[in-house]
Design a protein around this ligand. Structure first.
Ligand code: C2E
Ligand code: CA
Ligand code: CA
Ligand code: CA
Length: 278
């Protein structure tokens, strides 16, 4: 193998530095984003085979000072690393609860639940439970309208603590959903111990439906587990009629994806619900 010359080494260091500087600049921008109201919550409908809108997932959007859209896949991990996910997560939860109250007033025909993504690091905070209760009580919403989407990574740290939190918030009335189900490392056995109400089939499984037989089996298995355990099951990333038909034939409870609707801002979601009145 050819050894890197001095010039190349320097190049490498430079690009590392460029990356570090870019990340630090982004972290600073992230810190200011909240004060500057650069965040917004969007809602993506979840629709049952009957056409009923059974829920909506809240998806965070960041449009920075220059009006550039930065995807959550980029800034959420960054916010987790620099400790900002906590205030941002609280803000999202507050928005979600306030919107539920608004939906009750302006589109009472929408009785579905609103799902909020919760980072594992946020969920593991000691005062997380308290902050959920406070937001629910402050807005006066029925806690059963709120679903918390957690990933299997939330159980990796302290399983007992996670179970306690879920039990307690479930007793309070909040719903729980396991996001990206089947992509994590956990074993199935935890499902027996957790009072979750919903599983979400990751879009990675949905994407190759029809092309890859293994993904079809995986999805069928998740839907069967849900049925045995009395859980709702939502498939995300549904983009084609083939995917929709296949999932509906397997009795998947609800579908979410561009085929049904992209994520919409608050007013657009309200309109969408009105247009899809049964
Ligand atoms: P996720 O929870 O798996 O969310 C689903 C992602 O799929 C969203 O990406 C959504 O816009 C996208 N999507 C919806 N329909 C389709 C489709 O038909 N095809 C494809 N290819 N994609 C579709 P998004 O909004 O970019 O969010 C990415 C991830 O960022 C989310 O993945 C979630 O893990 C995280 N995230 C988003 N909002 C929040 C938040 O408020 N808090 C936390 N902690 N994480 C969030
Ligand atoms: Ca999610
Ligand atoms: Ca997901
Ligand atoms: Ca996903």
């Amino acid at each position: 193998a050819k050894r890197a010359g001095p010039g190349e080494v320097q190049m490498y260091d430079m690009s590392m530095q460029v990356e570090m500087t870019a990340r630090m600049r982004m972290e600073r921008a992230l810190q200011q984003a909240q004060q500057n109201s650069e965040f917004a919550v969007y809602f993506q409908p979840q629709v049952a085979a009957s056409g009923e809108v059974v829920g909506a997932e809240v998806l965070l959007r960041w449009k920075d000072e220059q009006g550039r859209f930065i995807p959550p896949a980029v800034f959420v991990p960054l916010a987790e690393r620099c400790g900002l996910i906590r205030p941002i997560g609280e803000w999202v939860l507050k928005q979600a609860c306030e919107y539920i109250a608004t939906f009750n007033r302006v589109v009472p025909e929408f009785t579905g639940h609103v799902s909020v993504n919760v980072s594992a690091s946020q969920f593991m905070q000691t005062d997380y439970e308290q902050s959920v209760r406070r937001q629910v009580l402050d807005t006066g919403i029925n806690p059963s309208r709120l679903t918390l989407e957690i990933t299997e990574s939330a159980f990796i740290g302290d399983m007992e603590d996670a179970i306690e939190k879920i039990n307690s918030l479930h007793a309070f009335g909040v719903r729980f959903s396991i996001d990206d189900f089947g992509t994590g490392y956990s074993s199935l056995s935890y499902l027996r111990r957790l009072p979750v109400q919903e599983l979400k089939i990751d879009q990675a499984f949905v994407r190759n439906l029809g092309a890859d037989g293994r993904d079809l089996h995986m999805i069928r298995t998740i839907i069967e587990i849900s049925r045995y355990m009395g859980l709702d099951v939502v498939a995300e990333g549904v983009e084609t009629e083939l995917q929709r038909n296949t999932l509906e034939a397997m009795n998947c409870w609800a579908l979410q994806g561009y085929l049904l609707s992209p994520p919409l801002d608050g007013p657009a979601f309200l309109e969408w619900v009105r247009d899809h009145r049964q």
